[in-house]
Design a protein around this ligand. Structure first.
Ligand code: SF4
Length: 327
């Protein structure tokens, strides 16, 4: 078993662990958990102090997505009974940003269930973003599917600072999860975002039946892409999806995955994302030691623990809510 503190020392110089060391994190015995989290916390603290960055999601277009992602209740190809709604108006998107600002969120994340945005969708979203930026210092991330040429530049010009598009899993396992587009398409969108001067928010979902090697591959692929922000979701199996019957991960599996992600991506913004409450259960607060960010106020189609609960958890553990610095 590696010396966790030696792993942390290496991460603090920016060095990545070897694959064997990263695998040892995922397979560490439960008796090592606190020592492992303590080492990951040293790395997290060097980059982010005790700050927890709050992000708020806005599902600006629900359901009816033509893509077939096996975990997603918003795919029109799965019988999930979720319903569908058209793109929200600019007024509705701006109203969501006001709520997020009141909660002290550093980032307002506008998400649409689409393969990619139409130019008309972008008209509405860009208008909303420009209005939000005129009212609040809050930073804006958009998650609109695959980007075509010129679209990232439009978002950047409107005031968006970051674009989200998750790799979801390893390149090898991706075909088991998604058939309607390729892993390389997703990498292409991240590259377009970076080329336009946007930060990239790019992570994935653990617990979709992937191997430990797939978990490592995702973490190392994100390091290679130099993404600024990494949302780590844990599958919350949605009824009616092809993954609806999978078992959830255990809390300690989740914590080890987050610690591994921290060692591989030492300075990045690592966010505990969807599935936090139902996978981590009573160990949720321990996830703040490797990770430095979380979504508050629910997810795209499921509720979370609630803003007040999350705030209390952060404060009870001695962490602080990060302040907004406009970018
Ligand atoms: S592209 Fe996004 S919204 Fe559409 S099915 Fe996949 S994950 Fe769901």
């Amino acid at each position: 078993m590696p010396d966790w503190n030696a792993l942390a020392d290496a991460a603090l110089t920016g060095a990545a662990p070897t694959r064997e060391e990263a695998l040892a994190v995922l397979t560490a015995p439960e008796t090592e958990l606190l020592a492992l989290l303590d080492a990951a916390f040293r790395v997290r603290r060097a980059a982010h102090g005790l700050d927890v960055r709050l992000h708020v999601l806005q599902n600006a277009k629900l359901g009816a997505c033509p893509e077939d992602c096996g975990f997603c209740s918003q795919s029109a190809r799965h019988d999930t009974g979720l319903g569908r709604e058209k793109l929200q108006s600019a007024d509705e998107i701006v109203a969501g940003a006001r709520r997020a600002a009141e909660m002290g969120a550093v980032k307002y994340c506008i998400v649409t269930a689409t393969r990619g945005p139409s130019e008309r969708d972008l008209d509405v979203i860009c208008e909303a973003v420009t209005r939000i930026k005129a009212e609040h210092p809050i930073n804006i991330c958009t998650s609109l599917g695959l980007l075509r040429e010129g679209q990232a530049e439009r978002l950047k010009a409107a005031g968006v600072s970051r674009f989200n598009h998750n790799l979801e899993t390893s390149e090898r396992y991706f075909g088991e999860v998604v058939g309607s587009h390729a892993w390389a398409d997703r990498v292409g969108t991240i590259r377009r975002a970076h080329a336009a001067g946007l930060e990239a928010c790019c992570g994935g979902i653990y617990g979709m039946g992937e191997s430990l090697d797939d978990r490592l591959d995702l973490a190392f692929a994100l390091r290679e892409l130099e993404v600024e922000s990494i949302p780590v979701n844990f599958l919350d199996p949605r009824p009616g999806t092809p993954m609806g019957e999978l078992e959830r991960m255990t809390p300690t599996e989740c914590l080890k995955a987050l610690a591994m992600m921290r060692f591989v991506n030492p300075t990045r913004d690592i966010r505990i994302a969807g599935g936090r409450e139902v996978n981590l259960r009573d160990l949720q607060v321990l996830a703040l030691y490797p990770a430095n960010s979380l979504f508050v106020d629910g997810y795209l189609t499921t509720p979370g623990a609630g803003y007040e609960h999350d705030l209390q958890m952060i404060r009870d553990a001695g962490f602080t809510v990060a302040e907004v610095v406009a970018t």
